[in-house]
Design a protein around this ligand. Structure first.
Ligand code: XMP
Length: 528
């Protein structure tokens, strides 16, 4: 994994060498929370590249291996002589110890997982202001057996003799615990100590500096060329539209393809907001009939997604030809996508990334070969929470910034089985009530997603004196950090009751509401 550091782009103040830890991305986020720019790079980064970047501090991440394993990941040993402060976390500390002449043992007896109070043995810059006996989060099998020359033990736990170590002279530090996880009580203090006290970083990574630095860079990249942006109404593409509008004005064309699967009032809101209020020109493409026609008779979820994805490409291709030509495609790629797919598809001449795949939220397999754009991806160094801040600073309202995630295929994957206009209307009305009541109850921002699902079966009910035979609506509300795992929301009964009452009374063709109390796993958030 290697990062592309474009000319004139801001260099990270803290470089994180990734040894395969599930927490590397989290370390980067935590450091950015201190207003210091950090990037995750491969552990194989060369000394020349590091010198070129000239970071103020380096973090060696944790990792799943043991340092003595045959293929255990390493880094260039010369890193320890660069006179740049280094903090090794877990595996990163063990590797540093081994490379500098100490030793590590595979600690069946001393393995330690979960919370552990640390005992501070010695004053140090790294643990300054960390309370003695405070809880830190441990997750390790191996431990340090013998320290290299020049190192001191600065903290221990009941089961780990070397919970934190330091070589003050060389500014080399190590912790066996994970300061980046939220359960480590003084974890942020340790991170701040390393970032400010030890590495002397300035707190200069802010939303304002990001916008100030990015706008001229976009102008430089694009020149006087035309840029196309597929707007979805989500926070990423909306922020991108605002940023590009500020940078290149009417060289930008936004295109909103209305597949017919948006929620109630969303296409109108989007057009009104961008076009009328902010004068950001949006080409509205009404493709509703095309999409619904393609889904006729289709009941399989995967097939639905595939058809929607393919149709999206077709419409995109036709419309970009009609409105273009465009030299650049703007994409709301975020940093986590870049970490996962870094280094792919680079134009060898210019070093720019080339689109062979539209972002997965459009659910498309790839653009046709003859339709190649260069990419403008100014959000590619940002985490989602940073995008929200940028969007907010540029004037986007909470309605967009705090919008719940909404899948690319939209309501089509919340109607089980065949999709038709009658079911779409029904689901739109039910979904609107769910969101309205969740907002009225003040719960919207505490919930990851709250929505309705329509089941294509009919159940018996009674309304007035009449027997009804109509569809049930499933209510799905979940809490989650990132959508990878989720728990069903414990909504107060009174609110559930209100939602159910309103749906059966106000929505045609529905006579029953059920609440989904499945977590993920084993369930998924969406029903298809
Ligand atoms: P699941 O249903 O897999 O969803 O638990 C996890 C998160 O991803 C969203 N999701 C999608 N997002 N295109 C998207 O852009 C899709 O096809 C898609 N399917 C699911 C889902 O809403 C949840 O936030």
């Amino acid at each position: 994994m290697s990062q592309i550091i474009l000319k004139k782009e801001r260099d990270p103040s803290i470089l994180i060498l990734d040894f395969g830890s599930q927490y590397s991305e989290l370390i980067a986020r935590r450091i950015r929370e201190t207003n210091v720019f950090s990037l995750v790079v491969s552990n194989y980064i060369s000394i020349e590249e590091i010198k070129n970047i000239n970071p103020k501090g380096i973090i060696l991440s944790g990792g799943p291996n043991s340092v003595y394993e045959q293929n255990a990941p390493k880094c260039d040993k010369k890193i320890f002589n660069l006179e740049i402060p280094i903090l090794g976390i877990c595996y990163g500390m063990q590797l540093m110890v081994k490379e500098l002449g100490g030793s590590v043992i595979s600690a069946t007896k001393r393995a330690e997982y979960g919370r552990a109070p640390i005992n501070i043995d010695q004053e140090s810059d790294l643990l300054s202001d960390v309370e003695d006996k405070s809880i830190m989060w441990m997750s390790h099998g191996d431990s340090i057996n013998r320290l290299p020359d020049g190192f001191n033990k600065i903290a221990h736990t009941e089961n780990t003799l070397h919970a934190a170590i330091s070589n003050d002279l060389k500014k080399l530090f190590g912790v066996q615990f994970h300061p980046e996880v939220i359960h480590s009580e003084f974890g942020m203090t340790v991170i701040k100590n390393f970032v400010y006290k030890i590495s002397c970083c300035a707190a200069d990574w802010t939303t304002e500096t990001y916008i100030e630095e990015t706008i001229p860079r976009i102008r430089e990249q694009v020149g006087n060329k035309k840029v196309l942006l597929a707007l979805s109404g989500g926070v990423d593409s909306s922020t991108l539209a605002f940023l590009l509008n500020k940078a290149i004005g009417n060289q930008l064309t936004c295109m909103f393809i209305d597949q017919g699967f948006m929620r109630k009032g969303e296409p109108e809101f989007l057009m009104n907001f961008f076009d009328n209020k902010f004068h950001i020109k949006v080409e509205y493409i009404n493709a509703r009939e095309r999409f619904i026609a393609k889904l006729k008779g289709i009941t399989d979820p995967e097939q639905k997604r595939k058809i929607i994805g393919e149709e999206f490409i077709r419409v995109f291709e036709e419309e970009s030809n009609r409105l273009g030509p465009f030299q650049y495609l703007a994409q709301g790629t975020l940093y986590p996508d870049v970490i996962e797919s870094a280094g792919t598809n680079i134009d060898p001449k210019t070093g720019e990334r080339i689109a062979v795949k539209i972002k997965s939220h459009h659910n498309v397999g790839g653009l046709p070969k003859d339709l190649q754009f260069k990419l403008v991806e100014p959000l590619r160094k940002l985490f989602k929470d940073e995008v929200r801040k940028v969007g907010s600073a540029l004037g986007l309202p909470d309605e967009i910034i705090k919008r719940h995630p909404f899948p690319g295929p939209g309501l089509a994957i919340r109607i089980l089985g065949e999709v038709n206009n009658e079911k779409l209307d029904c689901l739109r009305d039910a979904d609107w009530i769910v969101r309205d009541e969740i907002k009225n109850a003040g719960l919207y921002n505490d919930i990851w997603q709250a929505f309705a699902v329509l089941l294509p079966v009919k159940t018996v009910g009674v309304m007035g004196d009449k027997r009804t035979y109509a569809w049930p609506i499933v209510l799905r509300c979940v809490s989650s950090e990132d959508g990878m795992t989720a728990d069903w929301s414990k909504i107060p009964f009174k609110i559930l009751e209100r939602i159910a009452n309103r749906i059966v009374n106000e929505v045609n063709s529905v006579n029953r509401v059920v609440y989904d109390i499945t977590s993920k796993p084993p369930g998924t958030i969406e029903w298809e």
